[in-house]
Design a protein around this ligand. Structure first.
Ligand code: PLP
Length: 421
């Protein structure tokens, strides 16, 4: 929409917010590479579960910046820890040691329960997975030449670097960059037999999510997880679980693998680890912990003291404040609320997912319209598939906020169904 069209349709605060957004959108288009689809809104401030737009209106954030701001916006524990570290020491490079990253790695040993684990600090989800793939390759190559293949699942999402893009089971994302290196074998996300068949002596790792986030909030069946573990053991490969979206409490446990029937050799985390500051981590146990040797992998900002201090505050806060219990309770509240809509409200067929990584499923490919109708009611959710709406609220969301969101979703599906009739 142009500024003139926006002006014709809106009034009051909504008009003011739209005009602020439209001005930013024009500047963005003129200065920032257009690698993303057009943004629907702009925000200037966040507090807890609320995001405030250019007119000062609050929007209920049920996306948490795609599973990142799990403690809510501007959480005081994170702000205090990060600002104290900012004042003290920001960066020294990996030529020297600083304590926050070491303490964070120790804390990650505790929450994984892997006391022999070693962590490589990266900058985001893709670079955590890139580290895991390189680690698995070194583990494989120590066994025999050519043991470099990786098995992944259709619908998976592991990042946008060339290796993680290839490991992402979404061919449309590959097309603009082909030819890719050709080291990945991709199997259906729910076919244990196909996975067993795909893992060979040349496989160095199976890489998967326990709940596919970007792939539509789809839990991977337990028999596929078990097949992956068994196939890795049979062929000397590593099982890597990508916990970038599921980790740090999102599914109601510290990590989704802790609710699954398998223990991986390596996990990767990012998104929520520092509640919005950029960080990634590749955490490996057993033989995998020492697969990478000095000089084999590195990144300038890895283990940055400020992000590490923020991440420590996140882990402490989740551990001390019973936040995982809140995830379980609010998840049940959302599921019950959505279940009560089935057959009563239009479009809604149920939920899938785990903890506070949920999708509301619809009986028609109108998730985008429902997303917009929710946004009109100042509830932020997103269409993660044509027929599924992703809900990933902050883990600290209250029962009242969940009730507000359920009301907005009810009104939204009614409005979309009415517009279609
Ligand atoms: N892995 C998973 C499961 C993700 O959901 C994402 C991002 O959505 C990534 C990896 C990539 O993370 P990043 O965007 O931080 O590189």
């Amino acid at each position: 929409m142009t500024t003139e069209q926006v002006t014709e349709q809106l009034t009051g605060d909504a008009l003011e917010a739209a005009v602020v957004h439209e001005r930013l959108r024009e500047r963005h288009a003129a200065a920032v590479m257009q690698t993303y689809g057009p943004a629907a809104m702009s925000f200037v401030r966040g507090q807890g579960t609320a995001l405030f737009d250019g007119a000062g209106r609050a929007h209920l954030d049920f996306l948490s910046g795609l599973g990142v701001t799990s403690l809510g916006h501007a959480h005081p524990a994170v702000t205090v820890a990060a600002t104290a570290q900012l004042r003290q020491l920001v960066h020294v490079s990996n030529l020297y040691l600083t304590e926050p990253a070491i303490e964070l790695a120790e804390k990650l040993q505790q929450v994984t329960g892997w006391f022999d684990a070693r962590t490589f600090f990266a900058n985001c989800g893709a670079t955590a997975n890139e580290a895991a793939i390189k680690l698995a390759r070194r583990h494989g190559l120590r066994q025999h030449a050519g043991k470099v293949r990786v098995v992944t699942l259709e619908g998976s999402f592991h990042g946008r670097t060339l290796a993680t893009l290839e490991a992402t089971g979404q061919p449309a994302k590959h097309t603009p960059f082909e030819p890719l290196a050709g080291f990945v074998d991709t199997v259906a996300f729910d076919d244990a037999a196909a996975l067993r068949a795909a893992v060979t002596d040349d496989t160095c790792a199976v890489l998967l999510e326990v709940v596919q986030g970007e792939g539509g909030v789809r839990p991977v069946p337990d028999d596929v997880l078990v097949a992956a573990r068994q196939a890795c053991d049979a062929h000397g490969a590593l099982l890597i679980v990508d916990e970038v979206q599921t980790g740090i409490g999102r599914t109601g446990a510290w990590f989704a693998f802790q609710q699954a029937p398998v223990t991986p050799d390596v996990i990767t985390v990012a998104k929520a680890l520092a509640n919005g500051l950029p960080i990634g981590a590749c955490i490996a146990r057993g033989a995998a912990a020492t697969a990478l040797e000095p000089g084999e992998h590195a990144t300038t900002f890895g283990g940055n003291p400020v992000t590490a201090a923020a991440a420590l505050a996140v882990l402490r806060t989740i551990g001390e404040q019973g936040i995982l219990d809140n995830v379980v309770a609010r998840s049940a509240q959302i599921r019950d609320g959505v279940d009560a809509m089935i057959g009563v409200e239009p479009l809604v067929t149920g939920t899938r997912g785990r903890g506070l990584l949920l999708a509301v499923t619809l009986d028609a490919p109108v998730a985008r319209q429902v997303e917009q109708a929710c946004a009109d009611r100042r509830l932020l959710v997103n269409a993660v598939a044509p027929d599924a709406l992703r809900l990933a609220p902050p883990l600290v969301v209250s029962a009242d906020e969940v009730s507000l969101a359920l009301t907005a979703i009810t009104e939204a599906v009614r409005a979309v169904a009415e517009a279609q009739a």
